[in-house]
Design a protein around this ligand. Sequence first.
Ligand SMILES: [Zn+2]
Length: 103
Amino acid sequence: MKVKKNDMVVVTEGEYKSKTGKVLKVFLKKQTLIVEGVNFVKRHTKPTQTRQKGGILQKEAPISASNVMVWCANCARGVKVGLRVLPDGSKGRYCKRCGELLG
Ligand SMILES: [Zn+2]
């Protein structure tokens, strides 16, 4: 998976199409991720000792990694990401459109 935690991504499919957000969590095995502000689901919570009131909690649910593209600030759009070996031997990701390194 080429998307990492804290990446900015843009949603390419579904209800949240064209929305951008930061990746909060990546589930490698399931190939899904949680994007800030995307795919809210309502969860009913019961009152607990630490939280006085029960009620409805809005929380982001995971979406498929195939439904997002990494956001390139240089291109101002979602782009395909390539991998490149950097001079120090580590792998870096770059924008296939403009060549900008994405970190
Ligand atoms: Zn770019």
